[in-house]
Write a protein that binds this ligand. Structure first.
Ligand SMILES: [Ca+2]
Ligand SMILES: [Ca+2]
Length: 210
């Protein structure tokens, strides 16, 4: 009789432990700082520091190649052979990557395919054929109105919409879409085309991209 009661208690305790494990497990699996999101294998040692631009990571390897990796997934976007180990760290400016190789040469490489020159790579550009400057009034924008007036990239590597507002938007935010392309996609009418996109229109577009 005692053995049966003991067995029941043990079974109940096991059930409790099992339930606790089920409840606790999801939080234990939640991502936290320092967790490895991805790793990407090259053909040799990686002795240099990577550079990051346009949603990609650029790094040299002792296998003689310079790699461009997707910053989110780590997938290889391209790998260019230099023919000798690449120990130096890349520098990036104006869409070009500059790097030295052990074959005594310095290379300049196109970092991404950006057919319309809006500083957003073709592979992630939601609006092909962006025209800059765009057709909305670009010389005088009212407060809190936005338009792409110049394709000159800022020193932080981003292309900003012109605006007098403290709130800034970049082509990275709009995934390569200008105000007039946003107007056309959302069917906003001529008002926005005449005065530039408003802050709320820009935010609505960016929210819709998520
Ligand atoms: Ca583009
Ligand atoms: Ca575009």
């Amino acid at each position: 009789m005692m053995n049966k009661m003991l067995a029941k208690r043990l079974a109940a305790r096991k059930l409790l432990v099992l339930l606790l494990a089920v409840v606790v497990a999801p939080s234990a699996m939640a991502a936290s700082s320092g967790d490895i999101r991805w790793s990407s294998l090259t053909g040799g040692a990686v002795n240099s520091s990577p550079a990051v631009a346009n949603n990609a990571v650029f790094v040299g390897s002792n296998d003689g190649k310079v790699y461009a990796l997707d910053a989110v997934t780590g997938a290889v976007i391209w790998a260019t052979v230099t023919g000798a180990p690449v120990d130096s760290s890349p520098a990036i400016a104006n869409g070009l990557l500059y790097i030295g190789s052990d074959n005594s040469r310095v290379y300049a490489m196109q970092t991404v395919d950006d057919s319309d020159g809006d500083n957003v790579a073709d592979r992630v550009d939601a609006c092909p054929n962006t025209i800059i400057p765009e057709s909305v009034p670009t010389l005088v924008l009212k407060p809190n109105q936005y338009a792409l007036t110049s394709s000159i990239v800022s020193s932080d590597g981003l292309l900003y919409f012109q605006s007098s507002s403290n709130t800034k938007f970049t082509t990275a935010d709009t995934r390569g879409c200008s105000c007039e392309q946003i107007v056309a996609a959302l069917g906003l009418g001529n008002g926005a085309l005449k005065f530039g996109c408003s802050k709320s229109q820009m935010r609505a577009w960016i929210l819709g991209l998520r």
